[in-house]
Design a protein around this ligand. Sequence first.
Ligand code: SF4
Length: 323
Amino acid sequence: MQYLSALSYSRQRLTINYKCIQYTVLSSYWGIEFDTSMAKNSKIEWTHHTFNPWWGCERVSPACKHCYAETWARRLGLDLWSKGAPRRMLSSAYWRQPLAWDREAREAGVRSRVFCASMADVFESRSDLNPVREQLWETISSTPNLDWLLLTKRPQHVSQLVPWGQQWPHNVWLGTTVETQRWADRRAPLLLEHAAVVRFVSCEPLLGPIDLTPWLNPSKNSFGINWVIVGGESGHRARPMNPVWARHLRDQCEAYDVGFHFKQWGNWSPSDGLPNGHRTRILNGGTALAVSMTNVGKKESGRKLDGYEWNGLPLDHGDLMEA
Ligand code: SF4
């Protein structure tokens, strides 16, 4: 249905939806499928499971301003968000879950993705976390049917903290958050130092326009970025994401054959077609680029950009290596 609807949309959208088919074919190589029958215990659209080696962190950049993990922990009465605060460790039963997911994936013949971590940053540099990190590396090694997505805002610590050097395991994808151009300039080059099989960026919450093209072009980077996730902020203090920023990133991914995933608008959605009665904000007011955004809440705003869901996954790593 999605492919047919693209036929009547535009040539550009045709290409994208052809790529969706291509993703499905290439996903056989990766063992990834768009199979919704796969057990899923995470609400995050781009993963099947979420795993936290510990809880707790410290804010490092503007993306952390409304850290939902900190809010959630405080709601539970846990004080885990500062340099000196303790971290919350998880039970042995919790650590056995990935082994069960791995068995399930092997029996189903379909790989599962595990997002690590939603309540911490795996590359927070504290010596008391080193034993837990060791346990994480062992768990990753024991679960070859799972793809582990390590997403960090601290890519500068990766080299010191992983045991793999330039021989990364086949089941680890490395990602970094880039919320503005400043943070893209700082973190993307650090991400690309590592030979992870997939290198991805999460532009969530997207807080400004970003040009990723210096790092998307495989002819310039044999280890270029091969997956981009974009999303707006949720929560009652959310900052609106200008649709122009999201479209620009989608178009960059399209131009460089990079998987593009539009995760959500967050609380604020473009106002077109929405009923009155919600809070509205004009971005770029008084200019030709003015855009009206309405705070309708995450559920109502949905995850369609220009009428479509964008669920791209990384393309075949081999293509980049040949460049
Ligand atoms: S790095 Fe992640 S978990 Fe840590 S404070 Fe920032 S948003 Fe929260």
